[in-house]
Design a protein around this ligand. Structure first.
Ligand SMILES: Cc1cc2ncn([C@H]3O[C@H](COP(=O)(O)O)[C@@H](O)[C@H]3O)c2cc1C
Ligand SMILES: O=C(O)c1cccnc1
Length: 328
């Protein structure tokens, strides 16, 4: 990088991104990028507590919208030549005859974490396995850059509970309005999350897999498995916003080596995202004041990563171009 025809360090963070991509891909770093986004969808029992501005039917409706190419993620994936994969891990709907969907439903939504753990140990293990299996299939398809996204009404509540359990940050500092709660509803959401944490974790810090099982979600667990599996295959992974970063934080808590394979696509407007990025040790690539999810911020960052690698691969060196280097 320092031999390329530019002042030392002048490409800023692009230099770090290129270095990380090269270290992930090792001998194959010059291969063209083959990109995919995996959108994991599931419902959440905790929506019964009134924690989202939208009804949980929107999860099913948005899955159909993804399949009809009408969502924000469809537009961005198409614009940047990113193959789209939509995975049903636990939507509360019957998709048995729906084409174009990856069918891996564990159950129709998690249990209400206010009353009982969101998942049983078997359900958690099934959801993690789905993610691991999809990472194997991403590797078989020769993807070398994957974005991780999600759809699940209520999942910012699960992500906030995970964030507080892992980082020990107070709930009110890491809980946001999600899809757009008013300030009164946001207060209720904070009370729900506090009650959930008190119910499941009387002795902190809890084990990361217990956090995932008790207060996570089926799509979050599948994303965790996917991230662990993709890292194992040396696939570069771009996480999206608050919820996918919560999955990355669990993966990091289980296997800290996963950090070297992760990029944070953007800084979400959800307040807990900062705490999670800090916990994992990631710097966001973009800051566009987005709070959508679906993988949108991750896909938007992919051209920046590709640009970083192109610069590293294609620029002339001082020697080859006959350009004088810096004086001492
Ligand atoms: C139409 C629509 C499209 C979305 N796409 C992603 N989300 C995002 O919002 C949800 C999380 O917010 P909360 O925890 O407040 O329910 C998730 O589904 C997330 O992907 C959407 C939400 C809506 C309403
Ligand atoms: O940061 C995100 O991914 C996010 C924020 C709000 C709602 N849904 C997703």
């Amino acid at each position: 990088m320092d031999q390329l025809t530019k002042p030392l360090g002048s490409l800023g963070r692009l230099e770090d991104l290129a270095a990380q991509m090269v270290s992930i891909r090792e001998e194959t770093f010059a291969d063209p990028m083959r990109k995919a986004v995996y959108v994991f969808a599931a419902d959440h029992g905790v929506t019964a507590e009134g924690v989202s501005a939208y009804p949980s039917e929107v999860t099913r409706q948005m899955v159909l919208n993804f399949l009809a190419h009408g969502a924000a993620i469809n537009v961005l994936a198409k614009a940047h030549q990113v193959e789209m994969n939509v995975v049903d891990v636990g939507v509360d709907a019957d998709f048995d005859h729906t084409a174009g969907l990856l069918h891996h439903k564990v159950r129709r939504g998690t249990r209400n974490m206010m009353r009982e753990p969101a998942m049983s140990a078997d359900e958690l293990s099934e959801a993690l396995d789905i993610g691991l299996m999809l990472a194997d299939s991403a590797n078989e398809k020769s993807y070398n850059l994957v974005a991780v996204g999600e759809m699940g009404i209520g999942n910012t509540t699960a992500a906030s509970a995970i964030t507080s359990a892992l980082t020990r940050e107070p709930v009110d500092l890491i809980t946001g309005k999600g899809t757009g709660l008013n300030s009164e509803a946001l207060k209720r959401k904070c009370l729900v999350i506090e009650a959930v944490l008190a119910k499941h974790f009387d002795n902190l810090p809890p084990n990361p897999l217990d956090v995932l099982r008790c207060v996570g979600g089926l799509e979050i667990a599948a994303m965790t498995g996917f991230i662990l599996g993709a890292a194992r295959h040396r696939i570069a992974i771009v996480v999206d916003g608050f919820i996918s970063t919560a999955a990355a934080a669990i993966a990091f808590a289980i296997a800290p080596q996963v950090r070297g394979y992760l990029f944070a696509g953007h800084q979400s407007e959800e307040p807990g995202h900062r705490a999670l990025l800090e916990y994992v040790g990631l710097l966001p690539i973009l800051a566009l004041k987005m709070r959508l999810g679906e993988g949108t911020g991750a896909v938007l960052a992919m051209p920046i990563l590709e640009s970083a690698l192109c610069l590293y691969n294609q620029m002339a060196t001082f020697e080859s171009a006959g350009v004088s280097e810096a004086k001492d």
